[in-house]
Write a protein that binds this ligand. Structure first.
Ligand SMILES: C[S@@+](CC[C@H](N)C(=O)[O-])C[C@H]1O[C@@H](n2cnc3c(N)ncnc32)[C@H](O)[C@@H]1O
Length: 236
């Protein structure tokens, strides 16, 4: 497994999670260190200076912690210093425990971060320049996924984008392994239903393009045994 963020930066970003308890801190460190998607989001510069970001299924708010943490950190990523100062981030999360951890950890960043408890199938998305959905959509049935993607398209400003990470159901063993790990972690986090609704990469792209997105797919499982793909979906 790889390490994707410099260790001093990782320490800095994860520090606020100490006040949300040991589990929150260890989880933040493990995920931000080992999952390639977070460093990729920084390096690819998908999020511009004044972006309104909506993180759907935000868990304990790792993306918000990353953007705000890197912002006031000069050593490892000087090129990112103050880059996200004017960015606002709204997170929507179903699980009360995750919402509490996120709110406790991120309280010092002020009103530009808002974490709301809600079900993505009903919660209003407002208006956003970048919507991020990492490893979430497969938890709801296909027709509900399609509704959510249409609502995301409608909530995006012109030229805005959706960053959607999914598993590729056509990827064989790595996909089966991802699904098994996902079910275990999901149950450990307190969910009662672990049924998932997956699609192949080709099916995801078809659905997104039918809605109107221009889609680029980027493998996002480097250093892991999974079959994850990041779909960068632009609203023209
Ligand atoms: C695998 S975790 C990913 C968390 C976060 N996106 C990340 O990458 O750190 C999936 C998250 O989606 C949330 N979730 C699942 N179904 C949801 C729903 N219907 N509405 C909102 N959040 C949901 C789960 O509670 C969980 O926190």
């Amino acid at each position: 497994m790889g390490h994707f963020l410099p260790s001093e930066l990782l320490d800095h970003i994860c520090k606020p999670y100490q006040r949300a308890g040991k589990f929150a801190w260890h989880f933040a460190r493990g995920k931000l260190d080992r999952d390639p998607v977070f460093a990729h989001i920084l390096q690819a510069r998908y999020i511009s200076h004044h972006a309104r970001v909506l993180d759907i299924g935000c868990g304990q708010g790792l993306l918000a912690a990353l953007l705000c943490g890197v912002d006031n950190y000069a050593c490892a990523y000087p090129e990112h210093k103050a880059e996200f100062k004017a960015v606002s981030i709204t997170g929507i999360e179903l699980m009360h425990n995750d919402v509490m951890r996120a709110q406790q950890a991120l309280q010092d960043f002020g009103p530009r971060i808002r974490i709301v408890q809600g079900d993505m199938r009903q919660t209003d998305f407002g208006v956003a320049d970048v919507v991020v959905i990492l490893d979430v959509l497969h938890y709801v049935p296909y027709n509900e996924q399609n509704d959510i993607l249409k609502r995301v398209y409608a909530c995006l400003s012109s030229g805005g984008s959706l960053l959607l990470r999914v598993g590729d159901a056509a990827a064989g063993l790595p996909f089966l392994f991802s699904t098994w790990v996902d079910a275990v972690v999901f149950a450990l986090r307190g969910h009662t239903s672990v049924r998932v609704y997956c699609r192949s990469l080709a099916e995801w792209k078809d659905q997104l393009e039918n809605i109107g997105f221009k889609v680029t797919d980027i493998p996002m499982h480097q250093g892991t045994p999974f079959a994850n793909i990041l779909l960068h979906c632009r609203r023209p």
